[in-house]
Design a protein around this ligand. Structure first.
Ligand code: 4AD
Ligand code: MG
Length: 431
């Protein structure tokens, strides 16, 4: 008999198949047992009639507790009302490991307990759905960039210098070379590879020693970072806009079931269409102040400010030209007024905050040396980066999109910590 995955039941309607999985839940009504089985590809209800199976199979079903490992045989039936759309009429059941004390029961548990048991929590239907959305987001990102002529070039995780400010660096002892850091962003290296390949991206884990406990911050998160040579701020944001729209559409197409499990209102996601509005930093400040924010000109936005700005629009919004003083050292100044930088963030709708941050890079050698000094960064560590301004410097721009931020938004969930298998946060590194 063929062993099939629940997710492939559609191709086996009417056939007797074997399913290997775990017992998610069960109930019984005397002569019938209803076993909810999950096998990683989906959840299905298996109906076992006492009269239809050997005694041993019936007994195994009675003994099996939640998360017991089971293998069953049965006939696949289409049933529109069943979760997943199929049911299986059991003909045999084998109990491979009998479990009785699974810690996560269908009752409500607090977040601390669930995080402590993250290795098991991952099996729940909701967590399963979230990680499937994440996978779709990652695939959509890769497809979009690959199909638009971008070359994937992975950048290092051990780095000798800061990219996004020195206050959020994780230090590592690096043999005789002394202090190294876990990367905050692959951008600086991407600027080198962009001069080699024209259009590149890196996609990997990045690290921030941020002492923030907000629901939007992880200490380890995944970021996709495209970088484009011969490009300006507008070009980078055009790409970001196209990328965001593609990712949203792909998830709506491929992860309907998962979004349903998450009870996501997809109407808001359907409205994510280009072009996204552009809002100058000054106007963003005016907007939030008119709604009672205490944030002054020259400061970065708080989480609440971002929500207020986003609420003014249906689609994501591009906030541009942040004051140079609050942005990273590498930002190109606005030629019309160097108080501003050629930078932009994309804020997601519905209060999910910044999903994209990027801009145009300083292309002048002298300008960059001056910036390194202003930011008290060690010039020696940036010699190679300065070289890029010596040998064929061109306007170039790019951005970083945080995968967990995007997944949180698309899933419509509260906290970033559920969007990565094993979240790393200020107070958590176990499991
Ligand atoms: O705005 P950020 O810090 O930009 C950079 O790192 C640039 N070097 C990127 C580039 O231009 N290549 O980070 C980019 C994005 C943010 O918009 C956010 O989505 C995400 O990364 N991000 C975080 N996600 C989770 N936890 C954190 N602590 C994050 N910090 C930033
Ligand atoms: Mg940012």
């Amino acid at each position: 008999m063929e062993t099939v995955r629940i997710g492939e039941f559609g191709r086996h309607v009417g056939a007797e198949v074997r399913v290997q999985g775990w017992l998610h839940n069960k109930r019984s009504s005397g002569k019938l047992q209803f076993l909810i089985v999950r096998d990683g590809s989906g959840f299905a209800q298996a109906v076992m009639a006492k009269a239809a199976v050997p005694e041993a199979a019936w007994g195994a079903g009675e003994r099996a507790g939640q998360e017991s490992a089971i293998a069953l045989t049965g006939k696949v039936k289409e049933d529109k009302r069943a979760p997943g759309g199929f049911e299986i009429d059991v003909t045999g059941l084998e109990l491979c490991q009998e479990v009785h004390d699974y810690p996560i029961t269908p009752k409500e548990h607090g977040p601390a307990f669930l995080l402590e048991n993250r290795h098991l929590w991952l099996r729940s239907q909701r967590q399963h759905a979230i990680l499937r959305v994440r996978h779709a987001v990652v695939k959509a990102v890769r497809d979009y960039l690959d199909d638009n002529g971008y070359t994937l070039v992975d950048t290092p995780i051990f780095t000798p210098a800061a990219c996004e400010g020195t206050t959020t660096l994780f230090g590592v002892d690096y043999f005789d070379e002394g202090q190294a850091y876990l990367t905050q962003s692959g951008q600086l290296y991407n600027e080198a590879t962009a001069a080699a390949h024209g259009k590149v991206y890196c996609f990997g884990p990045t690290f921030r020693a941020e002492k923030s406990k907000t629901r939007r911050h992880l200490t380890e998160f995944w970021m996709v970072e495209p970088e484009i040579a011969w490009a300006h701020l507008e070009d980078a944001l055009k790409l970001a806009e196209g990328l965001v729209c593609h990712v949203v559409q792909y998830v709506l197409d491929k992860r309907r079931e998962e979004l349903k499990v998450l009870e996501r209102d997809t109407a808001r996601l359907e409205k994510v269409k280009a072009p996204f509005p552009w809002l100058h930093y000054d106007d963003a400040i005016k907007l939030i102040q008119s709604k009672g924010s205490q944030t002054a000109w020259g400061s970065d936005f708080g989480g609440t400010d971002e929500t207020v700005i986003a609420e003014a629009y249906e689609t994501p919004v591009i906030v541009h030209r942040f004051p140079a003083a609050i942005k990273a050292f590498y930002m190109e100044p606005d030629p019309e007024n160097p108080v501003y930088s050629l930078s932009a963030d994309i804020l997601a709708p519905e209060g999910y905050g910044e999903i994209v941050g990027g801009g145009e890079r300083m292309s002048s050698y002298d300008g960059l040396v001056q910036r390194l000094r202003e930011h008290e960064l060690p010039e020696s560590a940036f010699q190679w980066y300065l070289d890029l301004r010596k040998y064929g410097s061109v306007p170039h721009a790019g951005f970083g999109m945080g995968i967990e931020r995007v997944v949180t938004w698309l899933c419509g969930i509260e906290h970033l910590r559920e969007t990565i298998a094993f979240p790393r946060m200020l107070y958590r590194i176990y499991p």
